[in-house]
Every structure is written in C-alpha cells, then in structure tokens.
Ligand binder design. Structure first.
Ligand SMILES: C[S@@+](CC[C@H](N)C(=O)[O-])C[C@H]1O[C@@H](n2cnc3c(N)ncnc32)[C@H](O)[C@@H]1O
Length: 238
C-alpha cells in the first residue's frame, strides 16, 4: 500500500497549530472552517475540554487516577525483563512522563516527544532529559530530532491507535541506533492496533511479546482493552 493510501484520510482533514506544533484535528464533528480557540486546542490534544492549557497536566493526572489507567504498568511489566541497563529511551506521546518516570528511577535516560508543551513541562519535572514539542505524525522523525540524539528503545502508551495511526511508527524508527539491538514497546487501544505488528515486522523487527489486557476502566465501568507489544531488531538490520 502506498504512503498516500495509508494517510489519505489524514490528508483530507484540516490542520491546526497547537502550542507550536502542526497537528490534525481529531473531532470530525468540529466545524471544519472555524479556527479553533486556544482552549479548543487543548480539547484536541487531550480530548478533555474542561481544562485550560495551564490545567492540562494536573487535569490529566486526576483523570488517569479516576480511570484506573493500568496500561503503563502492564507495558513496563512486559518490557523490564528484556531491557538492558542504562538505555537511552524516547517516549513518544510522553505527556506528563507517567510511563517513563519509573524507568528514570531505574537508571535509564528518558527523552519525550509530545505536541503539548505544558504536558512536557511536567515530564521535565519528572526527570526527562530532553523534550521535543512536535506532532508524532512526521514523515521523517529526523526532521524533528537531531542526529546527535539516538535511541536504544522507543516507548509509547496511549498514543498510537488512539490519537495517531499506527503506521506513523515506521517514520519514527530512524531515530533508533543502528549499531546494536533496539526495542520498540507500544501500548494502545486494541480496536485500532490490529496491524501494528505488521508495520514493525516489515521494518525487520521481531515481535517478542504481544498481550491484550485492560488499559483503563471508564466511569461507567467499561474495561477498555489495550494491546501491548514488545519488538526487537538486531543492529545493522535496518
Ligand atoms: C493518553 S495521553 C498518554 C500520555 C502518556 N504516554 C501516558 O501514558 O500517560 C496522550 C498524549 O499524546 C499526546 N498527543 C496526542 N496526539 C499527538 C500527536 N499527534 N503528536 C504528539 N503528541 C500527541 C497528547 O498531548 C497526550 O499528552
């Protein structure tokens, strides 16, 4: 399938700028030709309209507590036994750094990418070394992340399949080191991540672990299933 076919729907949607990053509008019911206000921008970035820009990190943290957000813990449980010490890790859709914070305590170095600068400021407080304020939808992630930054591991939770089509991961893999094994660990809503393993296998990755488990529980008590995937590629295979 050509790139155009994969991203055709994205191309038909309007774009906007949120906190300096160019992003796609996610809500189809939005009035297409009315530019969104700054508050609506946060609605788009977080899908939670009641927050102001400044409120977003604390609003998000309150929400994930209410939703019993288990996805990061499940993903880390699967990743940890496979992770060599002191890895250089990029967290895509890092948000407030909830996923990476435990890895920092365990001696890894975390950088984060997210299109929300205020969410990233919380990740910085949690010890993220470098943050990149940009959309995860980049045709070449090297346009955003300088070549002086190379990673052993990519992690992402609650982004692919929820906000971003999983095929975009293939345009991010160029930030991984080429001289040794590298890992990709992703968690996201099951309903939209059917082909994630295929995208990674096509890029030479071997799927090490694939699980389906609760990601979070809605206020109505619905358990939302997430997919958890750990994959690896040997150095020089890309
Ligand atoms: C559900 S939160 C997950 C945050 C964190 N990974 C966690 O597990 O707590 C989704 C994050 O993705 C960010 N996001 C959504 N769409 C994005 C895009 N196209 N590019 C970059 N970040 C995006 C949002 O700003 C938000 O911080």
């Amino acid at each position: 399938m050509s790139l155009y076919e994969v991203h055709r729907d994205d191309l038909n949607r309007p774009w906007m700028v949120c906190e300096g990053a160019k992003i796609r509008i996610l809500h189809d019911e939005r009035e297409k030709f009315k530019p969104p206000s700054r508050d609506e921008a946060v609605h788009v970035s977080s899908k939670m309209s009641e927050w102001t820009v400044e409120d977003a990190p604390s609003g998000y943290e309150r929400l994930i507590e209410k939703l019993n957000y288990q996805a990061p813990a499940h993903l880390l449980r699967m990743l940890r036994p496979r992770l060599p010490p002191a890895q250089n890790i990029l967290d895509i859709g890092a948000g407030t750094g909830f996923l990476g914070a435990p890895l920092i305590e365990e001696g890894h170095t975390l950088d984060g990418l997210d299109f929300s600068r205020v969410m990233l400021s919380k990740a910085k407080e949690r010890g993220y070394r470098q943050t990149f304020c940009a959309s995860a939808e980049q045709l070449d992630m090297r346009d955003i992340i300088p070549s002086s930054f190379s990673y052993d591991v990519l992690i992402s939770c609650g982004l692919y399949g929820d906000f971003v089509h999983p095929s975009w991961i293939t345009h991010t893999l160029g930030v991984l080191r080429r001289d040794r094994e590298s890992y990709v660990a992703i968690a996201g809503r099951s309903e939209n991540l059917d082909n994630l393993d295929m995208y990674l296998e096509n890029e030479g990755f071997r799927i090490l672990a694939w699980d389906e488990n609760i990601g979070h529980i809605t206020s109505q008590g619905f358990e939302i299933p997430y997919v958890y995937l750990i994959s690896i590629v040997a150095g020089g295979n890309r």
